[in-house]
Ligand binder design. Structure first.
Ligand SMILES: [Zn+2]
Length: 386
């Protein structure tokens, strides 16, 4: 399905730009207006590695006006067989800075923003909020889910690709217009079940192929040309030399983009492990009994209080908890005879919080299964706690 152009065109092209992009503007589908859309576009590339190398290179060459690069890694010699945005002379340098130099060398009309940081739960929304679309060149599931969450919450598309040994996959995830990544992959595979490129190896040209395709999808989205890979996963088998496309659908029960989503902030998957849970009716009974001191910790944002609260409870939003702002209270919580029960909207953030509290030595921490949604459904009608 075609989509309208994602970006409004910049006012005019200068003479130097007209010359540079002449082969683009000659294409009737792109034309000068399409090129002006590219000039106005802001694209964030997450990861200046194997996939980021070609996508950064071609987006810069194509004249995408603002390119952000997020990476906290440094260039190592084992990167060079598949990351030609860096060269021998860049060994030991920050990848983001090294890639930015290459982008500037390719096209001085591009404004480059260097984000020399890890794409984290704390920074994801702010980073993504400054861009029209994201190209995900991450090599790990934690970042991939953060990109997914931040893009879906911002309502912007993200061009994803993943590579392993000789096989590549690509799709454009766009909550509201098609499936999001979580519709198809609701949760990451168990740690250790999927070998990384570092463990399994990867043929060096494969990220080149898939990352170039990511740049093509980004250009299509920006200019509204063709049919972006929304609602399908494109599979490439480099050994067989074949391509196929598998249709995928949005799920109404998706935690992120479904009818009653439970994710309202980017979730750092991978930090979340199996955590002890308590069901809503058991928590209600424990509070009503009152013989033990149960600490109820609400890790939602204040603007979510309209969905109801469990009272009494302590309010520390997840981001603040993980940032260590509640360190002083944690010792007191550990001493509570009835333990600590953490809740959020649907149980995902609370599980993450419980993982953190367990690491901090709060052995009684449990997550309210299903969050305030389950509480409202199962305890609603009860007079409940005051
Ligand atoms: Zn979804």
């Amino acid at each position: 399905m075609p989509f309208p152009p994602l970006v409004d065109p910049a006012p005019v092209l200068g003479t130097a730009e007209r010359l540079r992009y002449a082969r683009h503007t000659r294409l009737p589908e792109i034309g000068e207006v399409g090129q002006r859309r590219l000039t106005a576009a802001r694209v964030l590339v997450v990861g200046a590695g194997g996939l980021g190398s070609p996508s950064l290179t071609y987006l810069a060459a194509a004249g995408v006006g603002t390119i952000g690069i997020v990476d906290d890694d440094v260039v190592e010699v084992s990167n060079l067989h598949r990351q030609p945005v860096h060269s021998e002379a860049d060994l030991g340098r920050d990848k983001a800075a090294s890639a930015a130099d290459r982008v500037r060398a390719i096209n001085p009309h591009v404004s480059v923003r260097v984000h020399r940081e890890r794409f984290s739960a704390a920074s994801a929304e702010q980073l993504v909020g400054a861009y029209d679309l994201v190209v995900d060149g991450a090599d790990n599931f934690a970042t991939r889910y953060l990109v997914t969450d931040a893009c879906a919450l911002a309502g912007i598309p993200h061009v994803w690709a993943s590579i392993n040994t000789f096989a590549g996959q690509l799709s454009v995830w766009w909550a509201g217009r098609g499936p999001c990544y979580r519709c198809v992959f609701p949760a990451p595979p168990p740690p250790g079940s999927v070998a990384s490129c570092a463990e399994a190896g990867v043929i060096g040209v494969l990220p080149g192929v898939m990352g170039t395709l990511q740049a093509a999808e980004a250009i299509k989205l920006i200019t509204g040309v063709g049919e972006p890979a929304v609602g399908r996963i494109v599979l490439h088998d480099a050994l067989a030399g074949t391509w196929e496309a598998v249709p995928v659908r949005a799920r109404p029960d998706c935690d992120l983009c479904g009818e009653s989503p439970s994710i309202s902030r980017p979730v750092e998957e991978g930090l979340t492990r199996e955590v002890p849970v308590i069901v809503a009716t058991d928590l209600a009974a424990a509070i009503a009994d009152g013989s033990e001191d149960v600490i109820v910790l609400d890790v939602r944002e204040a603007e979510e209080f309209s969905e109801g609260r469990i009272l009494p409870s302590v309010h520390v939003p997840l981001g603040e908890l993980l940032a260590g702002t509640a360190r002083d209270q944690i010792a007191r919580w550990s001493a509570a005879s009835g333990g600590v029960v953490v809740y959020c909207r649907g149980g995902t953030r609370s599980a993450q919080a419980v993982g953190y509290l367990l690491e901090q030595g709060v052995e009684t921490a449990r997550s309210l299964d299903g969050g305030i949604i389950a509480w409202n459904a199962q305890v609603a009608g009860d007079p409940g706690p005051p």
